[in-house]
Design a protein around this ligand. Structure first.
Ligand code: HEC
Length: 139
C-alpha cells in the first residue's frame, strides 16, 4: 500500500515537471508572437512602407508583405529576389522574421534589402504581430 502511494506521487511529480518543460519550450519557441502588439506594429511598419506594401499585392522596391507570415522565403510571384534570399530553404516563421529584421545583412548576406534592422526586440515583435494580423484578415 505504501509502495503504491509512493509510485503515484512519483508519477504526479514527473507529470508536473514535464508540464513545466513543455510550457518553457512553447514560450521560447514563439517570442515574437507572444509579445507583439499588431496596433503598435502598424506604426513600426511605417519604416518599411517606403519599400513594401502590406495591404496590396503590388511590389515596389521590395516585395508585397501582405501574405508574408509563414510564406516560403522568396516565393511570392512576380518579384525577382536576390540569390541571398532565394537560396534560403525556409519559411518566414515569427522566429525567422525576428532574426532577419534584427540584422538583414547578417541573416542573408548580400540581400538587397537596404535596411539596417530593428534593434528593439519589441519593435520586431510588434511588426511581426502586425504582419500576422493582416494575413489573418485575408482578402
Ligand atoms: C529600402 C527599402 C526597404 C526597406 C526600408 C525595408 N525593406 Fe524589406 N525588402 C526590401 C527588398 C529590396 C527586399 C528583397 C531583398 C532580396 O531579394 O534580397 C526585401 C525583402 C523583405 C522580406 C522577405 C520577403 C519574402 O517574400 O521573402 C521581408 C520579410 C521584409 N523585406 C520585411 C521588411 C520589414 C518588416 C521592413 C521594415 C521593418 C522592411 N522589410 C524594410 C527592401 C526594403
Amino acid at each position: 500500500m505504501n509502495g503504491f502511494v509512493r509510485l503515484r506521487a512519483g508519477i504526479d511529480l514527473r507529470r508536473i515537471a514535464l508540464g513545466a518543460i513543455v510550457a518553457a519550450a512553447v514560450t521560447q519557441a514563439v517570442p515574437a508572437d507572444a509579445a507583439g502588439d499588431p496596433v503598435r506594429g502598424a506604426n513600426v511598419f511605417k519604416r518599411c512602407s517606403a519599400c513594401h506594401s502590406a495591404t496590396a499585392d503590388t511590389h515596389s522596391v521590395g516585395p508585397s508583405l501582405r501574405t508574408v507570415a509563414n510564406r516560403k522565403i522568396a516565393s511570392v510571384p512576380g518579384y525577382k529576389f536576390s540569390p541571398a534570399l532565394s537560396s534560403l530553404k525556409d519559411s518566414w516563421t515569427p522566429e525567422n522574421l525576428d532574426r532577419f529584421l534584427l540584422a538583414p545583412q547578417q541573416y542573408a548576406k548580400g540581400t538587397r534589402m537596404a535596411f539596417t534592422g530593428l534593434k528593439k526586440p519589441e519593435d520586431r515583435a510588434d511588426v511581426v504581430a502586425y504582419l500576422q494580423s493582416i494575413q489573418k484578415k485575408g482578402k
